[in-house]
Design a protein around this ligand. Structure first.
Ligand code: ZN
Ligand code: ZN
Length: 126
């Protein structure tokens, strides 16, 4: 199954050299990640652009800047970035790439633990 995916990505050599400028930090981002996967967010600041081809079906052409909101973990254990559009507030899930900024990923992942909506002292009484 996964063999088919890696082979089909080689069939699009144009994608391999395609780039887009990051809306936030200006980094030139290649459209394909290190593992040949298609990416749509900046590996440095993890920001993205709200475009039609990002979400299957319910896409949008609003072109707003999407900022990383948190991390979602799929049933297979893969991490996905939860992006929120700063313009239309829509949420979208994007798979994490191999060279994404690990510091920002970890910060997003532990944020709910660092700022619990209840006092942590309660655990000391258990
Ligand atoms: Zn960036
Ligand atoms: Zn939007």
């Amino acid at each position: 199954m996964s063999d088919n995916i890696s082979r089909s990505s080689g069939a699009h050599p144009a994608l391999r050299t395609s780039t887009f400028p990051c809306m936030r930090c200006g980094l030139t981002v290649t459209l394909l990640g290190p593992g040949g996967e298609r990416r749509n967010h900046c590996p440095s600041c993890l920001h993205s652009r709200h475009t039609l081809d990002q979400a299957e079906g319910g896409g949008s052409d609003c072109q707003g800047r999407m900022s990383p909101l948190s991390i979602a973990v799929s049933r297979t254990g893969e991490w996905a970035l939860v992006h929120r559009c700063t313009r239309c507030r829509e949420l979208a899930l994007h798979p994490v790439c191999g060279d994404d900024n690990q510091l920002i990923l970890m910060r997003l992942a532990v944020r709910p633990l660092a700022e619990p909506p209840f006092p942590l002292e309660v655990f000391g009484e258990l």
